[in-house]
Write a new protein. Sequence first.
Length: 206
Amino acid sequence: MEFPSKLLENLVYNISQLSGIGKRSALRIALEILRKPKEYSRDLSESIFDFKTQIKHCSECHNISDKDICDICSNSSRDQSIICIVEDIRDVIAIENTNLYNGLYHVLGGVISPIEGIGPEDLNINSLEKKIIDKKVNEIIFALSATIEADTTSFYLFKILNKLDVKVSVLARGIPVGDQLEYTDEVTLARSIQNRRPYESNISNQ
């Protein structure tokens, strides 16, 4: 792709480094920024820098937050006896948008994937067992994507949790195999949460 300006080329290159954005999409974004007032560019750059330098990860669930403990974990009206285990922050947002779930979360930060060199030690697993005991958790919900890597991760976690006195559930399979949780529509996701089933049943049906 040829550019009439080195400044434009540099901006397009940096935007295209974001996941899911190709050079053509990056070019459209860059030209849209050019059409905006100068104040917009300043506000955009400042908000990106502030986000990158000031964002925190909740010390309890590993969700992103402006504080050491996120608003979900610090909300006393949430059901402290249920923890929903998700792959990343986008899944928390997707589930919260259903307005159906009122428990806590635990963000793993990924899934086990030997091909990509991601093992259990690379995920937020060690703090999970302590949280279950400290909060007297009654139920764990596996809300991971319908992928082989996610199923492997669920089975690994189940072996750890099986020694604890806690119910382990999994989302109903309203989510197509191979799909990421964040792309599931809110109605389907809500039904999957409502119709969750014991994880042991999920194993026997595979």
